[in-house]
Write a protein that binds this ligand. Structure first.
Ligand code: MF3
Ligand code: CO
Length: 251
């Protein structure tokens, strides 16, 4: 069931989103060669806890950490390991938190250090751009297929691949609510967005295959051909005129 948030609920969603945007910015600065992934997880938990938020990832289907760190060919749901990031690693950080029962969820991908492979850079930029283009389509009355098709068209025009095993979603008193927001679709089809809906749009993109494989840890999803992967996500409030991004990165 799709929920339309009241003014009071939106206030809480906004606080959850603001804390998460700040936490992501904080983590982004820490992504440097030599940083340990488990340190990022610890620092994130400290950051949100100090701001009266709780983790929504920890314990979700027994997920054992507070953020996901997916490196290089890993697409999503990487469990932070006792592993040090290296110059040139492609690092996706997926984060979430709860404020007074309301969830936010957001992800970014960054290249660690100063060694930049041009194709990896294009993958990251195009994935972020596809999210931006999709967000620009969001407004009450627009149908979900239009959002999905916007991501798909841009990514395919740029020669990258979109796994279809995972999708964006509604969010609110749970991390995952209706409706589903796929990254592929047909314009002007599907449910119409309504003002007061809060949704997560999250393009997940791979260089040369749309197929994924899940590791034996039951979580880490990687590209089936080990090609590099990127992921961006924002929590968004749908309004009559457009939308508000609730998880903007801020200092
Ligand atoms: N943040 C992810 C999403 O975008 C879900 C994380 S799964 C968890 O839907 F288990 F790590 F929490
Ligand atoms: Co999500």
């Amino acid at each position: 069931m799709v929920s339309i948030k009241s003014k009071e609920e939106i206030k809480k969603m906004k606080i959850a989103g603001e804390v998460l945007g700040q936490a992501l910015q904080f983590l982004k600065k820490m992504i440097q060669p030599g940083i340990n992934c488990q340190k990022l997880d610890e620092e994130f938990l400290k950051f949100i806890t100090e701001r009266n938020c709780q983790s929504n990832f920890y314990g979700y289907y027994d997920y054992p950490a507070h953020i996901c760190i997916s490196i290089n060919e890993q697409l999503i749901h990487g469990i932070p390991q006792n592993r040090v990031l290296r110059n040139g690693d492609l690092v996706s950080i997926d984060t979430g938190c709860i404020y007074e029962g309301y969830h936010a969820d957001a992800a970014i991908t960054v290249i660690c250090g100063d060694y930049v492979n041009p194709l990896h850079k294009k993958l990251v930029e195009d994935t972020q751009k596809s999210l931006q283009l999709a967000i620009e389509q969001v407004r009450a009355g627009v149908r979900i297929g239009t959002i999905s098709a916007t991501v798909q068209k841009f990514i395919e025009e740029n020669g990258f691949q979109l796994p279809t095993d995972f999708a964006g979603h509604g969010i609110g008193t749970s991390m995952h609510e209706d409706p589903l927001i796929p990254n592929t679709g047909i314009p002007n089809t599907g449910m119409r967005l309504q003002a007061g809906m809060t949704i997560c749009i999250e393009p997940m993109v791979q260089i040369s295959t749309s197929k994924t494989i899940t590791a034996s840890d039951g979580w880490t999803v990687s590209s089936a051909d080990n090609s590099m992967a990127a992921h961006f996500e924002h929590t968004i409030l749908v309004t009559e005129e457009g939308c508000e991004i609730l998880t903007l990165l801020k200092d």
